[in-house]
Design a binder for this molecule. Structure first.
Ligand code: ADP
Ligand code: MG
Length: 715
């Protein structure tokens, strides 16, 4: 039997089982031996019948004195047997398994594993596992003998329990896996390089497989799991590092060395801002400008809590690029955000003769402006035919290749909202093929160290770890259902007053966010219906106030009008879906109400509440959830106590895992069997190991091939 054979080659695996195994993603012999047990039952101790202790798992070996099938008075099928060893006898009982008498006969010697329980006042093993004692494995050859530390599979040992599916039990799997190892022509090839295994004291594959399926003791299980976890994380790290290397092989569309005069221009722009940059913002700008000088294009992730001021960093990056005669494309996740960003850029850059263009689904080409002639000449000379220095838009940008020319920088805002493919497309759309624009992605989702070293390991990360001065933490409560109406009352009182320092006419404002119903990045019709219903409900409750509705399916004029009315204080309560809302800058809003809060990750909730209290006023966040469970409450309560997005992300990572937190598939976080993103030691070790190998990857053709067949795609 070969590893590549389909499972149907295995004895007792017909069409029916082939189909069932497919539910477990097992199609080949190799898949089967890489189907790992999740736990083990410890039946390793073989005891004498007389020394059995009630309730403790144990195995006995004995001769069947008597076995019979019976029907109880109530018509239940029982099988009863008496087994004896040198120390005594024991009753065995099975339920609804009359076929057992076909296998176990009087006079046979068997192993039985179970726990001593009480059966009608008598000590007994109930439904014990059984295995014939005198049945050596049939096709033992020298090569596969080492899988056979013991011939026992189901009893008298650490018995593996596998992920099962309907019609495929652990017992069945154990028997098949054992048979496979007895009939394999060749040992599985170990893809891990020897020097890595030696340096990190990692088991070879063959041993690891033996230990994982047929362990002799707990230590073997541990070593096997360590090896598999190491391998899983090692592949992931190799992928990430290879991505990084591939990026680094590219030539930047522009290496930007600023002249003294240009530096002065940038300083002038910074000096004209209505606020002083925070030190964190300055540090990030410097990191970006340094990257732009390098031989390889920038690939940087700018991370900072909501309201930390990422936009202005992007403005300065774009200005830097414009001074070098190159264009910037800025992709925002929604139209409202694109417009908001456009307004910000306009405000800051217009006085400096930078041409902007807004490209959204609903703003056709007419919005594109022609750039300044002097620069246009320079750009033409470089082969481009630019329309504007900075092009801002939504994903609609992706379909406007003709305007994405002469790109020196691509900025992607709220990067987690875009899929891997969309991002690749934008970077790829630049028509100067042999040169790559610098890439700056921005996110308010905090990146814990474990992710920075894995999924995001191919990116350089800048962090704005400081909020603009004066911004206070948002007071947060998880509100139980029975306090809902009291909560509404409180909100009404708030809405009747003003916290605005400039103008007492501007009353307080509240967001009400409804969660998306389905697990999807995009709003569905169902979501729209839910948010509309909620809107009607709240309109009745808050009848004395102006209530507005905002969702993704509204036409863009309507959306823009609602957002504007909210910004100007004409609307006091805005009911919205999270898709529309994230990133919207409404400085005077101070109350954030979130329905179905359990549906969000903590970092997501933190981002949402980061939307209020932006102008230094007192702000509040009320979290509603119909869930009464302790874990949900505990998780949400973390928001009452913690005020750092990073801290909250860490807590969520622990409680829910990276998949829930970041949308695993979308972000190329693979599903591991044993590796874990909370194991920082493993992450660091495998990263070091991968770094060692990646530089000599060509010396490991097998490894390279293997790597290509692993479909992990970190973003
Ligand atoms: P985000 O990081 O969430 O994208 P924004 O760039 O939208 O944050 O900034 C949020 C608000 O903070 C904006 O109104 C912006 O003008 C303001 N802001 C940005 N930087 C500073 C600063 N250094 N000092 C004061 N206010 C700032
Ligand atoms: Mg932003």
């Amino acid at each position: 039997m070969k590893l590549t054979d389909p499972v149907s080659k295995i004895r007792f695996v017909g069409k029916k089982y082939q189909k069932r195994l497919k539910n477990l993603d097992i199609e080949t012999v190799s898949d089967l031996i890489h189907h790992y047990p999740t736990r083990y039952k410890d039946f390793s101790k073989i005891s004498e019948i007389s020394s059995l202790l009630a309730g403790e798992p144990a195995t006995i070996k004995g001769e069947i004195l008597e076995i019979k099938n019976i029907f109880t008075r109530r018509g239940k099928k029982l099988t009863k047997a008496i087994v004896a060893d040198n120390s005594g006898t024991l009753l065995l009982v099975w339920f609804n398994q009359h076929y057992i008498t076909n296998t176990i006969h009087q006079g046979d010697t068997f192993y039985f594993s179970g726990k001593l329980k009480n059966f009608s006042g008598q000590p007994a093993f109930l439904s014990p596992q059984y295995e014939k004692a005198d049945s050596p494995a049939k096709h033992l050859t020298k090569d596969n003998q080492n899988y056979q530390s013991s011939n026992l599979v189901h009893t008298g040992r650490l018995v593996p329990i596998y992920p099962e599916t309907s019609g495929v039990s652990s017992k069945w799997l154990r028997a098949r896996i054992k048979a496979v190892f007895e009939n394999l022509e060749q040992k599985p090839k170990d893809p891990l390089p020897k020097i890595i295994k030696e340096e990190y004291n990692i088991l070879n594959l063959n041993k690891a497989l033996k230990f994982i399926h047929f362990p002799n003791n707990q230590k073997e299980i541990k070593r096997a799991r360590n090896r598999i976890a190491f391998e899983e994380m090692f592949w992931f790290q190799l992928q990430t590092l290879r991505k990084r290397r591939q990026w680094q092989k590219q030539k930047p569309a522009a290496r930007i060395f600023l002249s003294a005069k240009q530096k002065e221009k940038i300083a002038k722009l910074i000096g004209s801002l209505p606020f002083k940059l925070t030190n964190a913002q300055k540090k990030c700008i410097a990191e970006i400008q340094k990257d732009m000088e390098k031989e390889t294009p920038m690939n940087r992730l700018l991370q900072g809590d909501v309201g930390s001021g990422k936009t202005v960093v992007a403005v300065i990056a774009a200005y830097t690029v414009a001074l070098a005669g190159k264009n910037t494309a800025y992709m925002a996740p929604t139209e409202i955000l694109a417009k908001q960003v456009y307004r910000t850029f306009e405000k800051y850059l217009k006085p400096y003769d930078i041409k902007l263009s807004l490209q959204t689904g609903s703003s056709p080409q007419t919005a594109v402006r022609t750039p300044h002639t002097a620069r246009r000449k320079q750009q033409k000379a470089e082969g481009g035919s630019p329309f504007a220095d900075v092009i801002i838009g939504t994903h609609a940008l992706l379909h406007r290749k003709e305007i994405l020319k002469n790109l020196g920088l691509v900025i992607i805002d709220e990067q987690h909202r875009f899929g891997v493919k969309q991002r690749a497309k934008l970077l790829d759309s630049n028509n100067i093929k042999e040169k790559t624009p610098h890439s700056l992605t921005m996110t308010a989702t905090p990146i814990p160290r474990s992710l920075a070293l894995t999924s995001y390991g191919h990116l350089d990360i800048s962090t704005i770890d400081e909020l603009p001065p004066g911004v206070k933490p948002t007071k947060t409560w998880v509100v139980p259902e029975h306090k809902r109406s009291a909560g509404y009352k409180w909100i009404k009182r708030q809405l009747s007053t003003s916290s605005n320092q400039q103008s007492a006419d501007l009353k307080n404002q509240a967001f009400f966010i409804c969660p998306l119903i389905e697990e999807s990045e995009h709003e569905t019709l169902k979501d729209v219906k839910a948010v509309t219903t909620e809107f009607e409900r709240l309109k009745a409750i808050f009848s004395e106030f102006e209530v507005g509705l905002l969702h993704g399916q509204m036409d863009s004029e309507e959306k823009e009008k609602t957002a504007r009315n909210f910004r100007q204080g004409k609307i006091q309560v805005l009911v919205a879906t999270p898709v529309v809302e994230v990133g919207v800058d409404i400085p005077q809003a101070n109350i954030m109400v979130i329905e179905g809060a359990h549906r969000f990750g903590l970092a997501g909730l933190h981002q949402l509440r980061g939307r209020v209290g932006r102008s230094g006023q007192k702000s509040y966040c009320l979290l509603f959830t119909p869930k009464k469970g302790k874990t949900t409450r505990k998780r949400l309560k973390a928001l009452e106590e913690h005020n750092s997005g990073l801290e909250l992300a860490k807590i969520d990572l622990k409680m829910r895992g990276p998949g829930e937190l970041y949308g695993a598939k979308q972000h190329g976080i693979p599903e591991f069997d044993f590796a874990s993103l909370s194991n920082l030691d493993l992450i660091k070790t495998t990263r070091a190991a991968a770094q060692k190998i990646i530089n000599e990857i060509n010396n490991y053709p097998e490894l390279k091939k293997y790597l290509n067949t692993k479909h992990i795609a970190p973003n």
